[in-house]
Design a protein around this ligand. Structure first.
Ligand code: SF4
Length: 91
């Protein structure tokens, strides 16, 4: 089911990136590949900069452009980074 993209500051947020932090093994691959968007939080698990965190410990960030987040998702050894375009999962 397609999800209507949200609009922030007049920009259409086409992409959504999520990290299932509870399964992060702190390997730092995403941070090396895409440091503009990923960093370690105080608990040494990956964090999406500027994201919202759900009660299930998932970081969610809406973006106009997926940029390097897809590369980070491809490189995650435990496949816990997902990128959606208009609600459809790309990876
Ligand atoms: S690549 Fe995956 S497992 Fe490694 S730090 Fe990033 S989110 Fe965690």
């Amino acid at each position: 089911m397609a999800v209507k993209p949200s609009i922030k500051n007049g920009e259409i947020m086409t992409y959504r990136v999520e990290i299932d932090r509870g399964r992060c093994i702190s390997c730092a691959s995403c941070i090396e590949v895409c440091p503009d968007f990923f960093e370690f939080d105080d608990d040494d698990l990956s964090h999406l900069k500027g994201s919202e965190r759900t009660d299930d410990n998932v970081d969610v960030l809406e973006l106009e452009d997926a940029d390097c987040t897809q590369d980070a998702a491809f490189g995650c050894p435990v496949n816990i980074i997902h990128v959606y375009e208009d609600g459809e999962m790309l990876i």
